[in-house]
Write a protein that binds this ligand. Structure first.
Ligand SMILES: [Fe+2]
Length: 412
């Protein structure tokens, strides 16, 4: 094993020493702050073959970018300067250069990988009632926007006030998060109540009616379920009904893990069908786990809606366990202490992660006057891309490498 000493420093990004072990095919780096990173040879060699990260260009005649077998890599020499590590590979004569900061930020130790997956901050209804509100007038400040996006990432729900009540403003506001996604209701969904005599044949169905709706995931019947949702209130129900409800689905799932481990195991392992086949234009159907855990076992999302879950397509002996598990989860989701309720006022906006936070509303009297909320959605991928770009822009490099391990929310 060869070892090289470099100038010591307390910096996270400065090398203290590095060694390589030819037999184990590992390069070990000790950083200025004492942290140790161990990189497999093939992992480092792969750098040259991974143009998606803007790594060094590959040979012009290379048509397959996948690297050679792991055991083929032989490290010839390794050198470093203040900002990069240079490795010469003797098995094929190539050289790879590795930015030290990038290496540290992508350290593969369990500790570092856990740190790149910050745990969701769980909340109750009372907690959400105490959340700081953001002001729409501050949104041009990148640091404030960063703070808003961080709030959505970590808690799944953020509240904004003083948004213009000009119809369609939510379309513009959504661009702080990413491009607007087309949903079942088009790009912009007007949740506008109608008096009973104008509701037509769909009376009592869906968001545009006046009935209560239990907290649910929107469009969980899609394989790529809707991500970040924005609800912008233009007109509340004049009689004070129709309060919006939000519940932290991850907090409910974590509570279920303790209160009913059997139900938790079922819902994290057995995929269930969700479907929308209400008219000839709809044939949406997908199968996924109700509760998604990541590779470390942390709950990362939920996808559940009473109205889009058909009788489960399961073996006979799994049917009753499925109903028991769903019922136990509903009991957690709908527990009064979990719900944050608010009658959104004109200019107020709730922004939430549809794959974590369930939304619903109380009933109201449609004859009291018009109630209008405008809703748009942004893909989760786009939200996280914006998040990382903004983190770099405001110098929050600790956040720019954030990678959401969403579990297998929609995998069959
Ligand atoms: Fe909904």
């Amino acid at each position: 094993m060869a070892q090289t000493k470099v100038e010591a420093s307390s910096s996270r990004y400065t090398l203290s020493s590095f060694t390589h072990d030819q037999a184990a095919r590992i390069v070990t780096i000790v950083w200025g702050d004492g942290h140790e990173s161990r990189f497999a040879f093939i992992w480092l060699r792969h750098g040259e073959f991974f143009p998606a990260l803007g790594r060094p260009e590959q040979a012009s005649d290379a048509w397959c970018l996948l690297p050679e077998p792991p055991e083929a890599a032989v490290l010839g020499s390794i050198n470093c300067n203040d900002c990069s590590l240079e490795i010469h590979w003797s098995h094929d004569g190539s050289t790879t250069r590795h930015d030290l900061a990038w290496l540290r930020d992508n350290c593969t130790s369990l500790e570092a990988r856990r740190a790149r997956q910050p745990k969701p901050q769980l909340w109750s209804g009372e907690d959400a009632a105490g959340f700081d509100w953001f002001d729409a007038g501050d949104m041009e400040d990148p640091a404030t926007r960063m703070s808003l996006l961080e709030h959505v990432r970590d808690r799944g729900l953020a509240l904004v006030r003083n948004v213009s009540v000009e119809p369609g403003t939510v379309m513009e506001f959504a661009r702080y998060f990413g491009p607007v996604r087309r949903t079942h209701h088009g790009s912009l969904f007007n949740i506008r109540s109608l008096p009973r005599d104008r509701q037509g044949p769909r009376v009592g169905i869906g968001a545009t009616a006046a009935n209560a709706q239990a907290p649910h995931t929107d469009e969980g019947f899609r394989h790529a379920t809707l991500g970040i949702m924005l609800f912008h209130c233009l007109k509340p129900d004049p009689s004070g009904g129709g309060r919006s409800m939000f519940a932290d689905g991850i907090a409910a799932a974590e509570a279920l893990r303790i209160s009913d481990p059997e139900a938790f195991d079922f819902l994290t392992t057995v995929p269930l069908v969700q479907a929308a086949e209400r008219n000839p234009q709809e044939r949406f159907r997908t199968r996924g786990r109700i509760i998604a855990t990541d590779t470390l076992g942390v709950v990362r999302g939920v996808k559940v809606a009473d109205r889009t879950m058909p009788p489960p397509d399961l073996a006979e002996n799994q049917v009753e366990p499925a109903y028991r598990a769903i019922r136990a989860f509903f009991a957690q989701l709908y527990a009064p202490e979990r719900l944050f309720e608010r009658c959104l006022q004109p200019g107020e906006m709730a922004i939430f992660d549809n794959q974590r936070v369930l939304h619903g509303r109380r009933a109201f009297n449609p004859d009291a006057g018009e109630r209008c909320i405008q809703q748009v959605s942004v893909e989760r991928d786009e939200f996280h891309n914006t998040f990382r770009q903004l983190a770099e822009q405001v110098g929050r490099f600790d956040l720019s490498n954030w990678e959401p391990d969403a579990g297998i929310l929609s995998q069959a």
